[in-house]
Every structure is written in structure tokens, then in C-alpha cells.
Design a protein around this ligand. Sequence first.
Ligand SMILES: [Zn+2]
Length: 186
Amino acid sequence: MNQPQLAFNLFRAFFFLALAFLLFCLHARDPLFAKILDDGKGKGNGIRSQKKKTMKEEWGKDLSPEQRHVLHNKGTEPPFSGEYWDFKGKGAYLCAACRFPLFRSEAKYDSGTGWPSFWEPIHVDNIGFNEDRKLLPVRTEVCCRHCLAHLGHVFEDGPPPTGMRYCINSLALTFQPDEHPQNKRK
Ligand SMILES: [Zn+2]
């Protein structure tokens, strides 16, 4: 094989490898996302097909700039910085933007990550799921099903009985205590 031929073959091999990698990245699906969202039609729970409300105008008039960053711009608060990562009150966690009920304290646990973690939502229909391709591996974003605000992500390394870890920003939540004085936020 002469030199130009070798160079051409090398270039061709590199080209196909790059193409294969690109196709892999485009088609790699987060298996968790596929599992949660598998409705038999490949359309998930419809969160993507919902008409996007004018969320930023409708919800969050009383939100802080930090909360807006998380809820509206899919930001992430620093670990161990939020109000709820170590909070143990009994009650419900609502969406900070629209007050939709999302999680219960009974499903909260200490994941050691520095973010409030839950092994299940109040109801799976209260949560919207989206593929998040900002980082590799692809992650599953969770958002409020009511106002579509970003909450955090869900992973498959949680405790029994579900094995799920809903990793949520404190800034995306508002705690609503059950009617008992000692459950109140300090
Ligand atoms: Zn909401």
C-alpha cells in the first residue's frame, strides 16, 4: 500500500469511527428515562407535548433570583447549601413556583449528596420527565407536571422499595408541614 492510499484508508477509518460515535450519542437513551416514560408510543408522559405555558410570567412572581435560576433556567444549587437537604419535618414538599404537591416527608431520605432526596414522588403523574443531554451520560430531568418548572434529576441508585433517587433542589421546593407544631420549619 503506498502512502496516499494508507492516508486515505486511515482517514476513511477515522471518518466512520467519528460517524459511529456521533450516531451513538444521538441515539443513546437514558434507560431510566425510557423505563419511566415508556407509554408504548415512545412519547413519554406527554410533558414534552404539553403546550409550554408562559411559565416565567404565570409562576414565580415571588421567587428569588436563585429560585428562578433553578426553576426556570434548570440551574443547580450547590450541595449542602439548601434549606431542606438535612430537614426532617413531617409534611409535604410543594413546587416552589406553583405550590403543586410533589413529595412527602415519608419518602425523604439522607442520600449523602447534599440535596433533598426522595425515593418516590407523591404520585408519579405529578412529575414530568425529560431527557437531559447537557452531560454524558444522559440524565433524566424531573420537573413539576403542573407548571413545568425544573426540579432536579432522578437516578436509579436509591433505597428500597423503589430503588429510585429523586435528587431535588431545595430552592425548587416549599415545605408544607402537617398540622403539628413540631413539624414547623425552624
Ligand atoms: Zn410547579
